[in-house]
Ligand binder design. Structure first.
Ligand code: HEC
Length: 492
């Protein structure tokens, strides 16, 4: 193929014009018809690309018509060959887990795209296939949720400038806990929402929800993310950390993440996420400037359980120093050395600060080991790192010593915070361990690195770092239906 690439474009072009259809000569001398946009390429793009590459969506250009697509032919070839498009970071060859809605092109599809580009990217004849149905409204069954939480303000995103990271709070109005079987986080303007999350949280002590759902002190001082990050950077006292790291507050949990192409989570009937009475939904929004002023008012839709819930889907953030439900104490190994937890003045276990990443360090390795103390069922994993994140690998070690890499992300990309939902939930017996191996690159080789000369702190901002993996699981022994009967006074 390489050899005939040198064949001038003019020659190929004249073949098309003369014959009205393309032929390429392959390296072995056989001829093959060049794929055409109408017949071969549009179906591939509609199935794999236009969910993002269409007007108003997250990708910078549409790939719907031949006119839209032709200028991008070479870039399409390059990005699919490099495995950059469609965005999917898990290595299917090294991950034992099969994930729902995997975005992976098979080799035949890649070959077809490449042959089309190498053959001059012809349009071909005939009608284009029908476009897929793009949901205009809620994605889940194109229906209406049972309950909708809305961002308390129509937020205006400036045309230019630093991406925004913002928290908005909305009170949960019901008086008894409810369970969601389906959750959808839906931007009203997909072109500006880079990613977003919704959590159930308590308000930090000493704070209240002010105008537009913004957190403030009782004196009315607005607490933005920046203030929070500066504070948590300067100090590490537990109270302050708790105030600003609300994941760790009792009763808080992550409901869902939105990343382009993904914003719906479905749980099995009989399981669901708890939306706790009297708490707050926190929207965490990460906006992109797109060259003109835009607004967004994202919504969180809940479909309540259709069957009595026996198992609550829980989310645990690896790195939580406090053992929760079916998990023991996390062990941290940084560059080969264990970070041994200490006790604070109240006798509470605290993890000493993870050492900062030194300037120009290209391979900073953190291994977190989480012991499983009760049988659990695992549904999904969300690795989360920032701009120095280089790779992440998730390994389960079973009680008999057998190891299984469930998820391998060899080239982490901050821009794609993907939630990996297992196609088949995985049972993990007590006595197992989940090990997450994260590697960070603070060198010049990392093209996303905002400052290789800087020591990298651990914090919320994208120029700080994080080592987090959210796991979604249920505890096998839990039986909420019995619990509910018992609290009602019924006999077990
Ligand atoms: C989940 C959303 C999503 C899907 C699916 C997707 N893309 Fe993209 N694509 C993006 C976004 C966002 C960008 C711009 C940012 C970037 O380059 O990462 C982009 C950028 C590109 C670029 C431009 C790269 C450059 O040189 O600037 C090409 C080419 C491309 N995509 C091709 C494809 C093709 C071909 C497919 C399907 C096989 C596809 N994409 C599927 C979101 C997507």
């Amino acid at each position: 193929m390489k050899a005939i690439k040198g064949l001038s474009f003019v020659v190929l072009f004249s073949i098309f014009t003369v014959l009205g259809g393309g032929v390429v000569v392959r390296a072995d001398g056989t001829a093959k018809a060049v794929p055409t946009f109408a017949k071969d390429i549009a179906p591939i793009l509609y199935e794999n690309c236009t969910s993002c590459h269409r007007p108003g969506d997250i990708a910078p250009m549409s790939l719907i018509t031949y006119r839209d697509t032709r200028p991008w032919a070479r870039a399409i070839k390059d990005t699919v060959l490099a495995g950059e498009m469609p965005p999917w970071l898990a290595d299917p060859h090294n991950s034992s887990g099969t994930f729902r809605d995997e975005r992976i092109l098979d080799q035949a599809t890649i070959d077809t795209l490449v042959a089309w580009v190498d053959g001059g990217a012809p349009q071909g004849e005939g009608d284009l296939p029908a476009l897929p149905d793009f949901p205009e409204n809620w994605t889940y069954k194109d229906g209406e949720p049972d309950y909708v939480f809305e961002l308390p303000v129509e937020y205006e995103i400036a045309a230019e400038g630093q991406e925004e990271y913002l928290d908005f709070y909305v009170a949960i109005p019901w008086e008894e806990d409810r369970f969601a079987e389906v959750i959808e986080l839906r931007p009203s303007n997909r072109s500006v929402v880079h990613h977003a999350g919704a959590y159930v949280v308590d308000l930090p002590p000493g704070t209240r929800v002010g105008e537009h759902g913004i957190l403030e002190t009782f004196d009315g001082e607005v607490l933005d993310r920046d203030a929070a990050s500066k504070l948590s950077r300067k100090n590490s006292t537990r109270i302050e950390q708790q105030v600003f790291n609300q994941f760790n507050l009792a009763g808080s949990s992550k409901l869902i993440s939105y990343v382009p192409g993904r914003g719906v989570e479905r749980f099995m009937p009989g399981t669901g996420k708890r939306v706790t009475a009297g708490k707050y939904v926190r929207f965490t929004m990460h906006y992109n400037a797109v060259g003109q002023v835009e607004t967004d008012q994202s919504k969180l839709g809940l479909w309540f359980n259709t069957k009595p819930v026996h198992h609550e889907v829980l989310t645990r953030q690896a790195g939580n120093p406090v053992p929760t439900s079916a998990f023991g104490h996390d062990i941290y190994i940084v560059q080969g050395e264990e970070i041994v937890p200490t006790l604070d003045e109240n006798g509470e276990r605290v993890r000493p600060k993870i050492p900062n990443i030194p300037p120009y360090e290209g391979n900073w390795k953190i291994t977190g080991i989480t012991p499983i103390t009760e049988p659990i069922t695992l549904y999904g994993l969300s690795p989360h790192m920032h701009l120095r994140g280089k790779s992440l690998r998730w390994v389960v070690t079973f009680p008999d010593g057998r190891e299984e890499t469930i998820l391998d992300v060899p080239k982490f990309d901050f821009n794609w915070q993907i939630h990996y939902e297992l196609a088949e939930p995985m049972h993990i017996p007590a006595g197992s361990k989940i090990t997450g191996i994260g590697v960070y690159d603070n060198s010049l080789a990392n093209r996303w690195n905002p400052g290789p000369q800087l020591e990298v702190y651990w914090g919320d901002q994208s120029w700080d770092e994080m080592y987090q993996a959210f796991t979604e699981y249920t505890i096998d022994s839990q039986d909420l239906t019995r619990l509910i009967e018992t609290t009602d006074g019924a006999q077990e």
